[in-house]
Design a protein around this ligand. Structure first.
Ligand SMILES: *Cc1c(COP(=O)(O)O)cnc(C)c1O
Ligand code: SF4
Length: 363
């Protein structure tokens, strides 16, 4: 007869339930974990009332309590600077509302749209451009009727070639609901490609388990875009979660936001991009930080981003280089802004090489 503890082990494995430790979702929890000074809680209360707070255990474990400027703390721990006057802030920085024909859909480009099935995240990034619409004050997920209406919109627009699940974090859907949603999309013939934007491999890698990954297995290609900003986010658990997806046939890409104090130097970006490529993840976009409310302390100038990109171009394999993009405030679309190397004016074209030397180009 098998020993009792063996039986328990087998049963646990069969259930495939991973108990997740509770995230830290209020200032008291953050103070208990020494992520904020308890004396600061009162000052931070208005921040937490305005913008959602959540830090998952795996991320909390990565934060260095002894470094006030720790790049992971800066990204996730609420900060009084979020309430500073911010004259450049735009309420809906990339113009989502103007392009939302039905609830949960943002359709700005003819061939592709965003479908936002959930409006909550596992972790709340302090610089998020959707920070006014994601979080605990919103309904967590689309209702079945809303989801049906969104799917009907996609069915009725034959020009939609790609559906991008974004959020909130779509991977917070249960594997069963994820699977149902993907089957619906799979049935729509003109939808050829499915993309999923997520931060979960960083925030809570254990949730990217075999059940979730199985739910992503479709006849249509699935691309996963992981949001990551700092090489320390790429833990062994995170990279194993990505490997699980890649080994099952999913293409994994990354997107990052250029953030002052977090990754606005060539060494940090170099480490981040190399580590991604070493793990079969292609850096796709480096976003210029959007002008969301209370994020002024994260913004760099575009010139800073261009100089970084030029330096990286000289140091790194092209495989490691994302496109540096800006979402034009107001919803006018994303444009590449890494072209500091080309000046094209009345006097002709001048191209600056990676070491900063200018070369006239005749055409
Ligand atoms: C960013 C974005 C996309 C995706 O753009 P790509 O350049 O294809 O990555 C699509 N729709 C909206 C509304 C977006 O903001
Ligand atoms: S995970 Fe994405 S949507 Fe959620 S808070 Fe962070 S940046 Fe915003």
């Amino acid at each position: 007869m098998a020993p009792r503890n063996n039986a328990t082990l087998t049963r646990r494995k069969g259930a495939r339930i991973i108990p997740r430790p509770k995230p830290l979702m209020d200032l008291e929890a953050l103070a208990n974990e020494r992520l904020i000074d308890a004396a600061m809680a009162d000052e931070l209360r208005p921040v937490a009332e305005r913008f959602s707070v959540s830090i998952t255990r795996p991320l909390a474990d990565l934060i260095d309590r002894h470094d006030a400027n720790d790049p992971l703390a800066l990204q996730f721990v609420p900060d009084v600077r979020e309430l500073s006057a911010d004259p450049l802030a735009v309420p809906d920085p990339i113009g989502d509302a103007a392009h939302s024909p039905v609830k949960g859909i943002i359709h700005r480009y003819p061939d592709r749209l965003l479908l936002l099935p959930v409006r909550v995240c596992a972790v709340y990034c302090r610089f998020c451009f959707r920070r006014e619409t994601v979080g605990s004050n919103e309904a967590a997920a689309l209702s079945q009727a809303e989801l049906d209406a969104a799917l009907a919109y996609i069915r009725n627009h034959k020009e939609i070639w790609e559906v991008i699940l974004s959020g909130g974090d779509p991977f917070l859907l249960s594997p069963r609901r994820m699977s149902e949603l993907l089957r619906e999309l799979e049935r729509i013939e003109h939808v050829r490609v499915i993309r999923i934007h997520t931060r979960l491999p960083i925030a809570d890698p254990a949730r990217i388990n075999a059940t979730l990954v199985n739910s992503l297995s479709l006849a249509k290609p699935v691309y996963v875009l992981m949001h990551t900003n700092h090489p320390r986010e790429l833990t062994a658990d995170c990279l194993n979660a990505c490997a699980l997806m890649i080994d099952s046939g999913i293409t994994v890409l990354s997107q990052s936001v250029l953030l002052k104090g977090v990754n606005d130097n060539a060494d940090t970006l170099e480490q981040l991009f190399r580590k991604l490529v070493e793990n079969r993840i292609k850096p796709y976009y480096l976003h210029h930080c959007d002008r969301a409310a209370g994020t002024a302390h994260f913004r760099t100038s575009i010139a800073t981003g261009q100089a970084l990109m030029r330096e990286l171009r000289g140091r790194l394999s092209g495989l490691c280089l994302p496109e540096y993009v800006l979402d034009i405030p107001g919803g006018f679309g994303k444009v590449p802004v890494n072209a500091a190397s080309v000046i094209n004016d009345d006097s002709g074209v001048v191209i600056t090489d990676p070491s900063g030397v200018r070369h006239p180009y005749f055409e």
